[in-house]
Design a protein around this ligand. Sequence first.
Ligand SMILES: Cc1cc2nc3c(=O)[nH]c(=O)nc-3n(C[C@H](O)[C@H](O)[C@H](O)COP(=O)(O)OP(=O)(O)OC[C@H]3O[C@@H](n4cnc5c(N)ncnc54)[C@H](O)[C@@H]3O)c2cc1C
Length: 435
Amino acid sequence: MNSPANSFIVGEERPDMPPFNWPKVPKVRLGGFGADPAMTELESEMQRTVHSFAEKVMRPVGVALDRMSAEEVVAAGSPYWHYLTELQKLGITPATFMELSPEERGRLFPIVMEEMGWGDGGLSIIFGACSLPPLMALVFQRKFLIERFPDTLRGCWAITEPDHGSDSLDVSRQVFHASGNYGRPNCVATIRGDKVVINGQKSAWVSNAPLAEVCVLYCAADTGNGPDTAHGVCVLVPMDAPGVSRGKPLEKIGQRALPQGEVFFDNVELSTDYIVAGPEDYQRAVYFIHTEANSQMACIWTGVARSAYEMAFAYAHQRKQGGVPIIRHQAVAQRLFHMYRKIEASRALARRVCLFNHTAEVPALQAAMAAKITGTQTAFEVASEAIQIFGGNGLTREYPIEKIFRDARASMIEDGCNDLLAIKAGFNMIDPDLL
Ligand SMILES: Cc1cc2nc3c(=O)[nH]c(=O)nc-3n(C[C@H](O)[C@H](O)[C@H](O)COP(=O)(O)OP(=O)(O)OC[C@H]3O[C@@H](n4cnc5c(N)ncnc54)[C@H](O)[C@@H]3O)c2cc1C
């Protein structure tokens, strides 16, 4: 049988390849991050810097906040404030990313976000939430808003409503039920002349809302014909504007370091200068923020999965049963291998999608959703497998693994339930013209 033109025999030299000089028994010891391709100097340096921040600041703060009540988390003097102070010292903001070329940004962003996720899932979301208001101002080139809201402010993103969770993420109503009655939105911005007046409320799930200084608000717009959810408005709202108030911080099972709560608007009047995207641009603004948020989630939860894997790997070397470290038991080694395999796949997808989305003319929402679903599902599965490896110890609060599991469970609902995102992304693939 003829061999294909590009085949070669192992050991033979090929002019287009480096000489074949593996040892007789080839072995590769993968680095801590798996089968990583070479990184640039900037990427390695940023990875080391953020890793050290994640280890020294995020992990201890995340565990401390997890054990506090939601009220204690947002109180003066809580470790939340220490985290924010140290985060600011890192100096990583949307503006610093924007100084890089699209390709550099697309490569560096997932590395940074994965390391943060490795530190703590909920605290990484705080970083993400803070980045969204200034990022929207930058992307939509709103000079007034860029100057009005420096990117060092604490931020939040409010889109979901008490009566419209999944619904508010589906602007084109592709997944709406045929016989559904969707009723009035809970929050409406009335635009008249050069004023926008906001009334209503957003859901109890707005991340970082209890302590935010600026909110990127997505809501229905009324330009004279009643509230329109498909052509809504995206506004940057100062959280100290008259008429803005907040609900009590939410108690929940996971990501307890991340404060969440309602935002209420009672005749909040702003100049139209505060609008990032008006009704005609609303769908673009929804598309962009979902693409960004889903990409962030993909990288963060890959990092969370890696942290659970590393803890289980270390524990499997320490814990002995039958006189040998449990990693010597076939089932444990196999379980660890599948955890590693899933993380590698999740990281590869997250990095590929980030690079595409930062360099393409129009980012791909369905690709970001694929990466978000994969990353969060991976974090949940790997954390669950890690608990299995820890045995009874995995269930106790003595070990951090149960916290990681609780954090990861919440991620499959956060930024859109994974099942709904899959339906939405599926429709997007059939009909890419509809958001
Ligand atoms: C940790 C966390 C952080 C969050 N952060 C923010 C934030 O920063 N800002 C913000 O605005 N919101 C935030 N959210 C809210 C989040 O986006 C919503 O919880 C999510 O979109 C689901 O809405 P819901 O909870 O109202 O569930 P529902 O919409 O009531 O859904 C309940 C179930 O019904 C299914 N379902 C609903 N509608 C459909 C449909 N049409 N087709 C098929 N299945 C359907 C869903 O998939 C789900 O399984 C956060 C949530 C969490 C958990």
